[in-house]
Ligand binder design. Structure first.
Ligand SMILES: Cc1cc2nc3c(=O)[nH]c(=O)nc-3n(C[C@H](O)[C@H](O)[C@H](O)COP(=O)(O)OP(=O)(O)OC[C@H]3O[C@@H](n4cnc5c(N)ncnc54)[C@H](O)[C@@H]3O)c2cc1C
Length: 160
């Protein structure tokens, strides 16, 4: 880190939905942030956003890009596209973070928003087919399906 660079209020490790939301909250209170991200979000799979008002069926990357643009416009958020490899507390109560490019960054607080990693069962084809070729069936749907089949049983062709 350039020794003349100002100390950030908060170093945010992880720049997906949680990290971006935190940066938004912080800049509205006029805090400066540095957001580190190595672009491996949990929803990297080819699936669209659901249940997020105004973003239905759009790509999660598009949502992140829009959020990032808004944060950059504030002038209070800095983005670093790199993996954080080490974080430590310094003797002067500040925190120092080292990224994969051997750059050092200093802040008053650290916020960890690194998300979760999916660990799939050891089943052939599971990883390759997740999530596009999988669907979750609620027990209620099965009850409706079986009720319908029994109701129309008399109408089904007989193979006996
Ligand atoms: C297939 C799928 C579909 C989904 N669909 C929806 C949906 O429609 N609606 C919904 O509300 N939710 C959905 N989710 C859930 C949603 O994706 C997660 O809740 C959300 O991504 C969690 O955000 P996050 O910021 O906590 O973590 P993540 O999105 O996992 O982001 C963590 C970020 O931290 C970065 N990171 C980690 N370690 C480091 C490090 N050391 N240095 C730098 N960066 C680091 C990662 O690269 C990543 O970018 C879906 C999830 C999946 C898997």
């Amino acid at each position: 880190m350039d020794p003349l660079s100002p100390v950030a209020d908060v170093l945010i490790i992880g720049g997906s939905h949680a990290g971006l939301s935190a940066a938004l909250t912080l800049y509205r209170a006029l805090h400066t942030t540095i957001i580190f991200d190595d672009h491996k979000p949990r929803n990297w799979y080819p699936s669209s956003v659901h249940l997020m008002p105004t973003w239905e069926h759009q790509s999660p990357d598009k949502l992140r890009e829009a959020s990032k643009a808004e944060l950059q416009d504030s002038g209070l958020c800095t983005f670093v596209d790199a993996t954080v490899q080490r974080a430590e507390r310094l003797s002067n109560e500040l925190f120092q973070v080292a990224d994969a490019n051997n750059s050092l960054w200093i802040g008053r607080k650290i916020l960890v928003t690194t998300g979760m990693k999916d660990i799939f069962p050891d089943l052939g084809g599971y990883t390759e087919n997740y999530p596009q070729r999988m669907s979750v069936t609620h027990p209620f749907h099965l009850i409706v399906l079986f009720s319908a089949l029994f109701s129309f049983h008399d109408l089904l062709p007989s193979f006996s």
